[in-house]
Design a protein around this ligand. Structure first.
Ligand code: TYD
Length: 134
């Protein structure tokens, strides 16, 4: 499987609760150009179902939990995100699906590029053709 990485963010704990922070370059290996988030996702639906060409992303379960299935064209892997102090780095073209959202789940995505539809593989066979020729 192409590299995915779990990034542990710092946690500052005291009697008032926990504080985590995320800084460019230190915790995230790219400059963050965009932040988007998924919430109010029904329990029985999946999101994603695409891959990106150039985009690098870090996914964080800011609240609740969800599963991320990852497929680099050769291998498949499932990761459960359930902590606001951890991020999942995806920095290779990787077909992904997000599912099993808890009712309180908020998935925040830190992204290396602005949104452009041109960066998407929305067709699995196109994605496979790309990664197998890369
Ligand atoms: P999409 O990436 O397909 O969502 P998901 O991966 O969660 O299933 O995006 C859904 C719609 O939202 C699509 O019409 C594109 C639009 N969109 C933006 O306009 N800006 C963004 O930053 C993102 C991520 C999506």
């Amino acid at each position: 499987m192409n590299t995915i990485k779990i990034i542990d963010f710092p946690i500052i704990q005291d009697s008032r609760g926990d504080l985590s922070f995320i800084e460019n370059n230190d915790h995230i290996p790219f400059a963050i150009k965009r932040v988007y988030y998924l919430y109010n996702v029904p329990a029985n639906v999946s999101r994603g179902g695409h891959a990106h060409k150039k985009l690098q992303q870090v996914l964080v379960a800011m609240s609740g939990s969800f599963d991320v299935s990852l497929d680099d064209g050769s291998d498949k892997q499932m990761v459960t995100l359930n902590s606001p102090a951890q991020g999942l780095l995806i920095n290779h073209p990787m077909w992904r699906e997000l599912k099993n959202f808890s009712s309180d789940a908020v998935c925040v995505v830190l992204a290396s590029e602005l949104y452009t539809e041109d960066d998407y593989y929305r067709d699995y066979d196109n994605f496979l053709a790309h990664v197998r020729n890369a």
